[in-house]
Design a protein around this ligand. Structure first.
Ligand code: HEC
Ligand code: HEC
Length: 273
């Protein structure tokens, strides 16, 4: 059920991305998303810069939102969000409203818009509490003044979330973690090779990916993995790959860093030329 929902949301996200491209609206989303480094002693101004980077990269915010002042799009324009946030919800400060709209977007639906945003703290976007603080600083700066720091406490921050972040930092310090696996290792770990060859043009249960780097853009590879049923390769069975990846918990486990590594790995496969 959760996975069906996720796929559904990704369909919306990817569809929104392509509809933007087709309208040639200038935007600067990077696909696949990139990681932004956050340091404990960053000033609010530095957080704003980092938050902007996260919003256009790993956070994938700009696949849906514009920051142009041009209202009337399908998603709320965020150019003045730092100004209006404090007045959106009775009893909520700007920071509280912004936090809720990221951790719990469906608690409050902006007038004139439909629900359609997933909690940013959950997979697949999966920003941690620190990254969300940076994004909040950036949002505050849009038409307003940023005040948050990495020490700002919010009631949406989960112990689980910070415990997990601490654990992953500890394991990164201890040596190679899943985060440091190569694309080839990820391909093996998630059993992509059961259905796809990267060395031979011969199809297995799925099409050969030995020439994926020539056949597809990185955005197409990203979509093919996150939403396999959006475009089904000719003569192959729809639903097979998504069923398998759902069953193995791929969409819950994959981080955006790993996804980037995996897409980069496939983009390097140029066996056909
Ligand atoms: C799949 C499309 C999508 C993505 C991705 C997305 N949003 Fe949204 N967002 C929406 C929709 C739809 C709404 C309006 C419905 C609602 O209020 O939940 C919204 C509402 C908001 C609001 C409230 C705006 C207002 O005027 O009060 C904020 C703030 C916001 N999003 C920030 C973000 C940020 C920051 C990110 C990235 C971390 C992000 N969104 C990613 C679709 C998206
Ligand atoms: C159970 C078999 C199966 C597994 C496991 C599987 N796939 Fe697929 N994959 C398919 C099938 C079938 C298709 C073609 C139908 C479609 O496009 O959904 C496909 C399509 C693709 C495509 C698009 C290729 C094209 O020619 O359009 C890419 C890229 C891809 N898979 C990558 C992956 C990656 C990366 C993994 C591991 C994380 C993976 N697949 C795991 C069966 C699988």
């Amino acid at each position: 059920m959760m996975n069906a929902l996720k796929i559904c949301v990704f369909t919306v996200l990817v569809a929104a991305f392509y509809s933007y491209v087709s309208q040639m609206v200038p935007q600067k989303v990077t696909y696949p998303p990139e990681e932004t480094e956050l340091g404990a002693d960053m000033t609010t101004e530095e957080l704003v810069v980092a938050g902007e980077e996260i919003a256009s990269g790993k956070g994938t915010c700009l696949t849906c939102h514009t920051v142009s002042g041009d209202t009337g799009g399908r998603f709320p324009d965020l150019a003045n969000i730092g100004l209006v946030a404090a007045d959106r919800k009775e009893g909520f400060s700007d920071v509280e409203y912004l936090a809720e709209s990221l951790y719990d977007p469906n608690e409050y639906i902006v007038e004139g818009f439909l629900p359609g945003m997933t909690p940013i703290s959950d997979p697949p976007i999966d920003l941690n509490d620190q990254e969300i603080l940076a994004v909040i600083a950036y949002l505050q700066s849009l038409g307003g003044v940023a005040t948050v720091t990495l020490d700002t406490e919010l009631r949406w921050q989960s112990e689980e979330n910070s415990a997990a972040a601490a654990a992953s930092q500890a394991s990164a310090a201890a040596g190679p973690s899943a985060e440091n696996l190569s694309g080839e290792e990820l391909f093996a770990m998630y059993a992509c090779g059961t259905c796809h060859s990267v060395t031979e043009p011969t199809p297995l249960l799925g099409p050969s990916l030995y020439n994926a780097g020539n056949d597809f853009s990185t955005a197409e590879l990203y979509e093919a993995i996150m939403d396999p049923d959006a475009v089904v390769a000719e003569e192959f069975t729809a639903g097979l790959m998504s069923a398998q990846l759902n069953a193995t918990g791929f969409y819950d486990k994959i981080s955006s860093g790993q996804l980037k590594t995996l897409v980069d790995y496939l983009a390097m496969q140029k066996g056909g030329s």
